[in-house]
Design a binder for this molecule. Structure first.
Ligand SMILES: *Cc1c(COP(=O)(O)O)cnc(C)c1O
Length: 422
């Protein structure tokens, strides 16, 4: 009895000091490093409170007011609120907030309108597409025939004429718009025109740009798409999780596909956190955030170009950019590693028509959502560009790396993160 109570009330540091110590180290890393991974962000404490809450104890298979378990009277209201807020935020007819991840959200949309053996047309993975758009080892390639479009070799922007001609040639059931590494605005109306031309469904995967869409800093794909899928953890600044939006017409089929089709019980802590995320993203201050994300990316891009770096497509319209490192005789893999040592976190990324292998690459992807959340603005983007350039210009110089690491920790300290913790 006493043991039971002690266990139930004991802190993480008492129960598992190893995991506690590593979590503390990770907090320190997040505070002292400059986070430029384009798909990452820092969530508000309120979002974390949901995720660390007693909601984790509850099963709630099914949908609000049609749950398969007792005791759902409060959690189903949480889910209802999340659904209503998602619909309102993006102007959608229907929302499903249960998908555990962006990949699962895409699976749900695909399964709702495609049968095994059908054809889908999506962006090439080595030119910006996501694994769930047709990687050879992904379920998409096992179940569907995947055809891929890319970017124009000269402009490095989506080749909409190629999208149209591939659509006419292969007559896919689904066309996917959206990317993980594409620095330019996406023309959803143009995608929809191609889809309508051949009677295909347009699924827009806005995982990366959802925060920009919510904040009015990117066109909204909703009016043009049959389905819109998204994660919540990227520019939208919510928990790790996802959702699918669609018109009323597909609501029932989509819901059935998510549960019981591909998932069991929903993750209620994540759903509560999504509700909080949607609330925050609908406030006027989030518009300021989204605008600043775009301004910061533009400032960082300009500062890198000013230091002689080539950017894929010549710049950025959104929250991210791709640096072409070939002129510096550095691979993406090597650059990622030395920047990490210098306190700057980025990820290597293929550039269009990359001569290097996917695990090596010739590019780096830099993004502004996380540093913008910390409160950094254009002057800090200049400091970061200077630091990145210093490190990449002297990749062998341990002195430079350690000096930059100190400067980045100071910069981090000037923009405190989670001060109420520890
Ligand atoms: C991040 C991302 C996803 C997948 O998200 P996970 O939650 O990691 O499964 C899907 N599509 C695009 C375009 C993404 O960038």
């Amino acid at each position: 009895m006493a043991y039971f109570n002690e266990l139930m009330e004991a802190s993480l540091s008492a129960v598992d000091p190893d995991i506690k110590a590593l979590t503390d180290k990770e907090l320190d890393r997040q505070r002292t490093h400059i986070e430029l991974i384009a798909s990452e962000n820092f969530v508000p404490r309120a979002v974390m409170e949901c995720q660390g809450s007693i909601l984790t104890n509850k099963y709630a298979e099914g949908y609000p007011h049609k749950k398969y378990y007792g005791g759902c009277e409060f959690v189903e209201v949480i889910e209802e609120i999340a659904i209503e807020r998602a619909k309102k935020l993006f102007g959608a007819g229907h929302a499903n907030v249960q998908p555990h991840s962006g990949t699962t959200a895409n699976q749900a949309a695909y399964f709702t309108v495609m049968k095994p053996g059908d054809t889908m047309l999506a962006m090439k993975l080595d030119q910006g597409g996501h694994l769930s758009h047709g990687h050879p080892l992904n379920f998409t390639s096992m179940i569907y025939k995947v055809v891929s479009y890319g970017v124009n070799r000269d402009t490095e922007m989506i080749d909409y004429d190629e999208v149209a001609s591939l659509a006419r040639e292969y007559r896919p059931k689904v066309i996917v718009a959206g990317a993980s590494a594409y620095p330019r605005r996406i023309d959803f109306a143009r995608f929809r025109a191609v889809a309508d031309d051949i009677g295909a469904y347009l699924i827009t995967d806005m995982a990366h740009i959802a925060g920009l869409v919510a904040g009015g800093a990117h066109d909204n794909p909703i009016p043009h798409s049959h389905f819109v899928t998204s994660t919540t953890q990227k520019s939208l600044r919510g928990p790790r999780g996802a959702f699918v939006l669609c018109t009323e017409e597909f609501a029932k089929d989509l819901d059935r596909t998510v549960f019981p089709g591909i998932q069991g019980g929903p993750l209620l802590p994540a759903i509560a956190a999504k509700a909080v995320c949607f609330k925050l993203a609908s406030e006027p201050s989030f518009e300021d955030y989204a605008r600043q994300v775009v301004r910061n990316a533009a400032a960082l891009a300009k500062a890198m170009q000013g230091r002689g770096y080539r950017l894929v497509s010549g710049g950025t319209d959104n929250h991210m950019m791709l640096l072409d490192l070939r002129s510096r005789s550095l691979t993406g893999k090597a650059a990622e590693k030395i920047l990490e040592e210098a306190g700057i976190t980025v990820n290597k990324n293929a550039i269009p028509f990359d001569p290097e292998k996917p695990m090596v690459t010739s590019g780096l992807r830099l993004g502004s959502p996380a540093v913008t959340t910390r409160g950094m603005k254009e002057p800090e983007m200049e400091l970061i560009a200077e630091a990145v350039d210093e490190v990449l210009s002297s990749p062998e110089d341990k002195g430079v790396i350690s000096k930059v690491r100190g400067r980045m920790a100071e910069l981090g300290a000037a923009f405190p993160l989670y001060e109420s913790m520890k």
